[in-house]
Design a protein around this ligand. Structure first.
Ligand code: UDP
Length: 448
């Protein structure tokens, strides 16, 4: 397969190694490494979130573009077969590395060697040169990718998703700092991967600022939302969604969707709700929290339930288990506002998905959320995490029907600029540039 690059950019990506009109090879087969979490796990709980969605959605779109994709992940259940189909011909290889269950995220690095050995073993079953490129996700996979890239003689593209330096700079109360070993591991990947893919220009600047990355080796490829699944509901659809979720048609509904962990700051919304109720006790405002425990601190949703209890608002908060997109769509449609109060967010897929469903988003003005939300048009971005400021912002929007309506009309239009198809096109352009540069370097080295 050949790709003719006519303008030097595809899917919004500038492919720096390609000159106008040159031909660049596209990969026929890629190995995607997702060591710490499987793309088939239910997102919204434990370690499964946006990364899982990203890996699965882009793999399927790449497969539809003719690229054979094999995803390597760590097996987490004895019943998992060694190889599973993940749709559109994408294969997931479940590598046995360590205990199936009960391995804490902090202990995952101890299982990197068995994982790499499993990846090598799987590749050994193929003819030499089976994969054209490796794409690793999160730093642990990046470490495995460095070995595989060296061994197979193919380029490594890496997406960090989150960075230790960035997380540690904005730690929430009760959150455990990321260890120095992770930062060192990330630095090694930044120094040695052939290309880094990030979600936003802000993330590119973080890689350059914190890790001294070469900007010429970074491609900005925005993630997407499943725009077939997440669509605005009709009036009747929204009413039905509320009935399904046991919500009154008259209530004002705020939703929080995502993993329950300090970094996501669900407690800020519970406190904001308590502030609204304290100042306007007769207001019929409700909070829907959809997601499961994850990480440290607020690892039991019980601690969030306890907080709601303590603040006297437990009768106004409903906690719902994580659910697949086919059901999550009802949550987004049923809500008047989706709140994303995170301390740090590399993009914030939830914000995109909610907007795709026509729901305005009130989000913290951090990371990718400032790109995901068009402040003042499709939602509001809030500086800081003061629950009183959040309460004022939420009430201001709940009280302004015209503004909410205008935002809910603009939101799906804004979200439509972010599709997984564009992400896949952007990744293909990035892969093509990486492979061309890698081959050129090898040829130059062989000639000298
Ligand atoms: N999600 C889901 N079901 C749930 C809760 C969340 O499928 O019950 C998905 C959600 O649709 C989104 C992802 O989990 O695609 C969370 O991604 P986001 O970027 O918002 O946060 P992350 O988990 O990466 O920190």
């Amino acid at each position: 397969m050949r790709l003719v690059v006519v303008a030097g950019t595809i899917g919004g990506v500038t492919v720096s190694d390609l000159r106008t009109g040159t031909e660049a090879p596209l990969p026929r087969r890629i190995a995607v490494l997702s060591f710490h979490t499987s793309p088939l796990a239910q997102p919204g709980t434990g370690d499964a979130g946006g990364l899982n969605v990203y890996v699965l959605q882009t793999a399927r779109r790449l497969a539809r573009r003719g690229v054979e994709v094999e995803i390597f992940t760590r097996a987490t259940h004895s019943s998992q077969p060694p190889v599973e189909e993940a749709g559109d011909g994408v294969l997931v290889r479940n590598i046995v590395a360590g205990p199936f269950e009960g391995l804490r995220k902090e202990d995952l690095p101890t299982q990197l060697c068995p994982f790499v050995a499993g990846v090598m073993r799987a590749e050994a079953g193929h003819a030499p040169g089976h994969y054209d490129l490796i794409h690793s996700h999160y730093w642990l996979s990046g470490q495995a990718g460095l070995v595989a890239s060296e061994h197979w003689g193919v380029p490594l593209v890496h997406t960090a998703h989150t960075l230790a330096e960035v997380k540690n700079a904005v730690l929430a109360d009760g959150d455990t700092p990321e260890p120095e070993s992770r930062r060192i591991g990330e630095q090694q990947i930044v120094d040695s991967a052939h290309r880094l893919v990030v979600n936003t220009t802000g993330e590119r600047d973080e890689l350059v600022g914190y890790y001294d990355a070469d900007p010429a080796h970074i491609d900005v490829v925005p993630p997407g939302a499943d725009l077939e699944q997440y669509t605005p509901g009709t009036q009747r659809g929204t009413e039905r969604a509320r009935r399904t979720l046991g919500l009154s048609q008259r209530s004002e509904v705020i939703a929080f969707v995502g993993r329950i962990q300090p970094l996501k700051a669900p407690d800020v919304i519970v406190r904001a709700l308590a502030e609204i109720v304290r100042t306007q006790p007769h207001r019929d405002v409700r909070l829907m929290v959809v997601g499961g425990p994850s990480g440290s601190g607020l690892e039991r949703p019980h601690s969030l339930m306890d907080l709601a209890e303590e603040l006297g608002v437990s009768d106004r908060v409903c906690f719902l288990a994580p659910r697949p997109p086919s059901e999550l769509v009802d949550v987004y449609r049923a809500a008047d506002i989706v709140a994303v109060p995170s301390y740090s967010e590399s993009f914030g897929l939830v914000a995109l998905e909610a907007q795709a469903c026509g729901t305005p988003v009130v989000a913290a003005a951090v990371g990718g959320l400032t790109t995901a939300v068009d402040d003042g048009r499709t939602g509001i971005t809030v500086d800081g995490h003061d629950p009183r400021v959040w309460a004022e912002t939420l009430v201001g929007l709940l009280d302004d029907d015209d503004r909410r309506l205008s935002m809910s009309r603009a939101a799906p239009v804004h979200a439509s600029a972010f599709s997984w198809d564009s992400t896949a096109d952007g990744l293909l352009a990035s892969y093509a540039g990486t492979m061309a540069a890698y081959r050129a370097r090898r040829e130059a080295a062989a000639a000298s």
